[in-house]
Design a protein around this ligand. Structure first.
Ligand code: ATP
Length: 545
């Protein structure tokens, strides 16, 4: 599937629009249209239902049977600035950027990729050609070498037929791997060496609280929902009867001032996360880490992502954050990535007691194998914690400890995009006249489909619209249903296929006589007749699968 086909469908049928489109759009911001909002809500509801409401499994971490509880929170987007100082985001949450002096464009340092190439650069105004070796670049794309070929031809001033005169050296790599940026031709530049040295860029959006607007009033939009959970850990323990092990879940908006937002909604500046912080006894945390890693992977498979394009990748020891004893990413082969590349859908991290301790003591740093308070030269903490006791007392074992945390952190927008990519299918199906025709359909899991059923009267007469309207009214009380009486019935089926509606119900001449209707299956195209009275039960059964 080409990504352009999917993005066009998303706009045409109302899944996704660019934010503020009538003013030219705003890079990195997306609006969900009438169908998109239903799809994304179904993704979030499925996650919430499966992870929070319906988790009563008996698990055996470390051989000791345990059940666990899950609860939820909904915290604010703007929090006390000290939260971000202690969590490390204030000092450490940055990417490196480079600016192009010629095009005035800004790029994320590690996202500009390219390859060394040698050729003869056409001299300007009749001057002789000069042999040059440069590193031509592009932003990561589906077909990088094609983009690099174009960039090289442009730089050397050659025509396509002269492409053979170019000599490519080495592999495609990021400019962040080069010892210097001297020989780099930036993606939109005509000259070589126009990129500035990389600089740090904090990804948190800054804002101001109140009318005075002094530096003391600066605040940040949260870059993750997790911190709201940590700072409320004690409130949740004190106000509910939860016992460790238990988890707190939150779904909500997060903001990151990404340097180069791209790939549709994959890297946005405003997006939604679905996060769990799972608190457990330190002795049991490795087992709980494995439990959540496998459970989260299985969830995506259950929701319809195929094993081929989905993978679970354990981080190597050198990739782990300084506090983590294990992290795995669930990754998906998005069609906009190069062959063999994967994009992160969710990270599952064993975070030890890093977060709770940071909010007790202040910002921590690694000293050998220990996490210690980061201090200023005068011995004062660099960022002071709350000083509150966030430990947990187990009244059965009479033990007090700071729980370890396992964090499955997922993106609702990335998951929604993966489900859209996976669902996009093209096949051939007979049209109204029985002729084979190409058919585009979205093969969503029934739980995720924005519209579950569409009801059609075959024609707008002979009592059919009345019966169809009555059925529509009945079904609508149970799940999202669509009514359509416009155009040939075959066209109506196609319109529903294209938005992933699993079932179409048609009221025809026979319905008027024997009270049966047809149910047509989106994937198999099979049609069966059922009694009107049994329709709801039949659909409910089929939607569960
Ligand atoms: P990446 O390396 O792709 O920037 P990350 O490792 O920084 O992602 P986390 O901080 O682990 O991401 O965030 C958890 C989840 O939040 C990610 O797995 C992803 O699904 C989602 N997410 C993070 N950044 C973005 C973004 N800019 N746009 C959309 N979703 C995002």
């Amino acid at each position: 599937m080409q990504m352009e086909q999917l993005t066009a469908l998303c706009k045409r049928r109302g899944f996704l629009f660019q934010s503020s489109e009538i003013y030219g759009g705003l890079n990195g911001f997306w609006d969900y249209g009438p169908l998109g909002v239903l799809l994304k809500r179904n993704v979030k509801d499925a996650w919430w239902n499966d992870m929070v409401m319906n988790h009563n499994e008996l698990i055996v971490p470390n051989g000791a049977p345990a059940t666990y509880e899950m609860t939820g929170l909904d915290c604010t987007i703007i929090m006390h600035p000290q939260v971000w100082k202690c969590s490390g985001h204030y000092d450490l949450f940055h990417d490196y950027m480079v600016d192009c002096r010629e095009s005035k464009k800004r790029y994320r340092y590690d996202h500009v990729i390219g390859r060394f190439v040698t050729g003869k650069k056409r001299g300007e105004e009749g001057a002789p050609s000069v042999e040059m070796s440069v590193f031509v670049t592009t932003m990561e794309t589906e077909n990088t070498q094609v983009a690099l070929d174009e960039a090289a031809l442009k730089f050397f001033g050659l025509r396509k037929k002269d492409a053979d005169s170019l000599q490519w050296n080495g592999n495609i790599q990021s400019i962040s791997k080069l010892p210097s940026l001297e020989n780099v031709v930036a993606p939109d530049a005509k000259h070589v060496g126009t990129l500035t040295e990389p600089r740090e860029f904090n990804l948190m959006f800054k804002t101001v609280i109140g009318a005075l607007g002094s530096d003391d009033d600066a605040a940040f939009l949260r870059p993750e929902t997790a911190q709201g959970i940590f700072v409320n850990f004690k409130n949740v323990c004190d106000s509910t009867r939860v016992r460790v092990p238990f988890g707190i879940a939150q779904v909500g908006k997060s903001f990151r001032n990404e340097i180069t937002p791209r790939n549709f909604t994959f890297r946005s500046r405003e997006f939604e996360q679905m996060e769990i912080e799972f608190f457990c006894h330190p002795n049991q945390s490795p087992a709980w880490y494995k439990y959540w890693r496998d459970r989260r992977f299985a969830w995506y498979v259950e929701m319809g992502l195929s094993g081929e394009r989905l993978r679970l990748r354990e981080h190597d020891a050198d990739e782990l954050s300084h506090y983590s004893c294990g992290t795995a990413d669930i990754e998906y082969q998005f069609p906009f990535l190069q062959a063999g590349e994967y994009g992160e859908l969710e990270g599952i991290a064993h975070r030890g007691d890093f977060d709770l301790r940071s909010h007790i003591e202040g910002k921590l740093v690694k000293d050998g194998n220990q996490l210690v308070l980061e201090k200023l030269p005068d011995g004062q903490p660099r960022h002071r914690g709350s000083g509150k006791d966030l430990s947990y007392y187990d009244d059965l074992t009479k033990e007090r400890f700071i729980p370890h945390v396992i964090e499955p952190s997922a993106g609702a927008d990335r998951a929604t995009l993966a489900f859209l990519c996976e669902a996009y299918k093209i096949d051939t199906a007979p049209d109204e006249k029985g002729q084979p025709q190409e058919r585009v359909y979205l093969k969503f899991h029934p739980r995720l489909a924005p519209i579950k059923a569409a009801v059609f009267p075959l024609v707008k007469k002979d009592g059919m619209p009345e019966i169809a309207t009555e059925i529509y009214g009945e079904l609508k009380k149970n799940f999202s249903t669509f009514y359509d009486d416009k155009g040939a019935v075959g066209r109506r089926y196609r319109r529903q296929d294209e938005i992933g509606t699993p079932f179409c119900i048609t009221v025809d001449g026979q319905t008027v006589q024997d009270e049966t209707v047809t149910i047509r299956d989106r994937d198999t195209l099979e049609q069966i007749r059922v009694k009107k009275d049994e329709l709801l039960n039949e659909l409910n059964e089929r939607l569960k699968k």
